[in-house]
Every structure is written in C-alpha cells, then in structure tokens.
Ligand binder design. Structure first.
Ligand code: GN1
Ligand code: MG
Length: 371
C-alpha cells in the first residue's frame, strides 16, 4: 500500500527542496477537497517531517493567487506574533520552495502541488475527545480573525468566487435540479423542497452584508475543527491551517461553520439521523473562546447575529452537498454514490435542531457582549 502511494507521488518529490533522504509517505487528513500526504525524510539521526498537498483543480482555479494570499496572510500574522516565543515557528505555515523558485509545482496533468513543514507535536482533530478542545478551537479561530482585523481585504484574490454567496449558490442549486444530469433529483425531492423553503433565511447574511448592516472582514471561510491544530502537550490551539479560502467574508461564516461541524453530536455524514443534534455545551465553549478573542474587534450587532451564521452555514452546506449529489459528485470526495445525499440529510436534520435552539443560542451570545 505504501508502495502504491509512493508511486503516485515519487515524480513530485524531487521537485521540492526537502532536507535529507526520503523515508516514507502516508496519505493523511480528512479533507474533502485537496489530497494530503505526510512525508518523512532523514538526515543522519535527524528526521524532517513535511506535508505535501495536491490542490484540487476543480475547486481552485487560480493556485498562484491562492498561494499569494497565503503568503500575505502569513506575513501579516507573523508580524503580530512574539518572535521570542519558543513556539513561534509552529504558529506559522512554512512552505518549501519548488525547483522553479516558487512555492508551487505544476505537474504534467495540470495538478498543482505544494509542501510545507509538518507542525510537530500538534493534532488536527476530527472529533472532540475532550470538550475543552472546542473552547481552544474557538480561541484559535477567534485569534486568527483578530489578527486579520486590520488586513487590507483588497489585497486578496477571491480563490473561489462567491464561496459563501448563498444567493449565487442557490441559483447553481436550482440549475442543477433543472438539468438533473445524473437523473438523481427524484431521489432527493424532500431535501430539495427543504432548501427551497429555507431560501429566505439562507440569504440573510448576504442581505446584511449588502445593506452594510454587517461589515466585510477577512475570514478563513472553512473553519472545520480539523483546520486548527491543537498542541498535544499543552492542549492549546497553536496554528490555523488550510488557508486556501482566506478571502473577504463575514465573521458569521467562520463562527457558524465551526459550530456546524464541531458542536454537532454526530459526524457530518451520519446515517442515523436520530443521532444528529446540537450539543449546547460545546456550542457555549466554542462561543466563549471565540468571543474572548474577537470581542474587541467585532461590533456588538455582529456578535448578536453570530448564531445566524450557524443556521446559514448549515443550510449552505446541506445545499452544497445536495447540489453535488444531483450533479453526480463532481466536487466533494465521496465514499459511495449516496455519500453527498447522506451528508445533505444530516445537515438538514442538524439545521432543524439548531432552529429549535436558536433563541437560547442568541441569549447566550448576548450575555457575553461586553457592556
Ligand atoms: C471542504 O476540504 P475540507 O474538508 O477542509 C470544503 C468546505 C466544506 C467541507 C465540508 C474549499 O473542506 O467548504 O465545509 O469540505 N472546502 C472547500 O466537509 O470547498
Ligand atoms: Mg481542511
């Protein structure tokens, strides 16, 4: 098995400036879009660990712009960190140069690759083993938001145009249903109706951004639990990763997507819908960590509306999974032909639970707004 993976990537390895001799490769990560490998190299007694990633070319059409964004964001964040902190290096993504002098290599098949130093002694958790982890995730993503509060948004490329533009995504969804190119729409009639019924709610953030009620901020836009590394020794958030979608957006997106994924009582693709609900303790822990970090940079009305982000992002993801199911699984990695439909159903159930707790969530968030 290791042998096969090696064969898949061996033509890439000598394109990057890794230290020492190749030892091993392992595919890692639970990413639904890019493909990620962990590499081990050795130099005498010393081991060097790296991450190598193949960027999904359907999702990301402008890898150069994407890497330029990450470079700028890293530079901005590094200026805010304490250079004397022994963990300074572990708080940043350190990319490895490729043979062409940039941080990207494009192979014969048009795939783009990049590599960076593996952040040692830290874990990207897919599930919450200890509730405190989610408080730290809130702090980690909150700190990221805070550090970018003064970043000039106009410097960023839009790596996936209209990424959280639910109005545009709704049109894509309607077009997919109308075309029904894989003949799957009739299997998902109930779910399709649910999305139509939630259209107005789903547009609420875009409406508020358009009217100026909510400010545009530089946001991460993909704040799943496994996109913040937690230090194994201290249990503290150390580094936010997966920066491909850092773009102008809303703080509600980052907050909402993190709770959608992390405070759910079941996996994103759970089959048994009776297990899918929202864990209010986890919701509170993340919220506390997030507002502790961002309380001084977000405005009060924005904080008050944070729970709207949970509803909108859960609905958006239900719609994205459903669209991809109807289109024949073009975008997300799937384990079977019904995987995207299963994901959509789990998100719909989750949204129903979130709607039932919405007032309680808003009350809690309001209780944390500083006077
Ligand atoms: C994708 O690859 P990953 O798992 O970090 C997706 C997110 C979705 C998520 C759902 C660029 O993120 O938007 O919320 O799957 N990323 C992109 O699991 O589309
Ligand atoms: Mg990821």
């Amino acid at each position: 098995m290791v042998y096969n993976i090696y064969n898949e990537i061996k033509h890439i390895l000598d394109k990057f400036d890794f230290c020492g001799e190749y030892v091993s490769v392992e595919e890692i990560g639970a990413g639904n879009v890019n493909t990620t490998y962990k590499l081990i190299y050795s130099e005498g007694e010393k081991e060097h660990w790296y991450i190598l990633q193949r960027i999904n070319k359907i999702a990301f059409r402008d890898p150069d712009g994407l890497m330029e964004n990450i470079g700028r964001v890293m530079e901005h964040i590094s200026a805010k960190l304490d250079k004397d902190d022994p963990d300074y290096d572990r708080r940043l993504l350190r990319f490895i140069k490729s043979e062409n002098g940039t941080y990207l290599f494009s192979d014969k098949n048009g795939y783009y690759w990049r590599a960076y130093v593996f952040v040692s002694g830290a874990t990207a958790h897919n599930y919450i083993s200890d509730p405190h982890l989610f408080y730290e995730a809130g702090r980690g993503f909150g700190e990221f938001q805070k550090n970018l509060a003064d970043f000039p948004a106009e410097l960023l490329h839009e790596t996936i145009p209209n990424f959280h533009n639910t109005k545009r995504r709704f049109f894509d969804f309607v077009a997919a249903v109308a075309e029904d190119r894989s003949g799957r729409a009739r299997e998902a009639e109930k779910e399709i109706d649910f999305i139509f019924d939630h259209r107005k709610m789903m547009n609420a953030i875009v409406d508020k951004l358009e009217s100026g009620e909510l400010p545009i901020r530089v946001t991460h836009n993909d704040t799943k639990l496994n996109n913040v590394l937690i230090d194994d020794a201290t249990g503290k958030a150390i580094c936010v990763i997966d920066l491909d979608t850092v773009m102008p957006g809303s703080s509600l997106y980052d907050y909402g997507d993190a709770i959608r994924y992390g405070a759910s009582t079941a996996a994103e693709d759970e089959r048994d819908l009776s297990k899918v609900s929202i864990d209010m303790e986890l919701f509170k822990l993340f919220t506390k960590g997030f507002i502790e970090e961002t309380g001084a940079v977000l405005d009060k009305n924005e904080i008050h509306h944070l729970p709207l982000g949970i509803k909108v992002l859960t609905c958006e993801l239900a719609m994205r999974f459903l669209t991809d199911f109807i289109n024949g699984d073009e975008y997300f990695k799937v384990d079977s032909p019904h995987h995207n439909l299963r994901r959509a159903r789990a998100q719909i159930k989750l949204l129903t639970e979130i709607e039932a707790k919405f007032d309680e969530m808003t009350e809690y968030v309001d209780s944390l707004i500083a006077e």
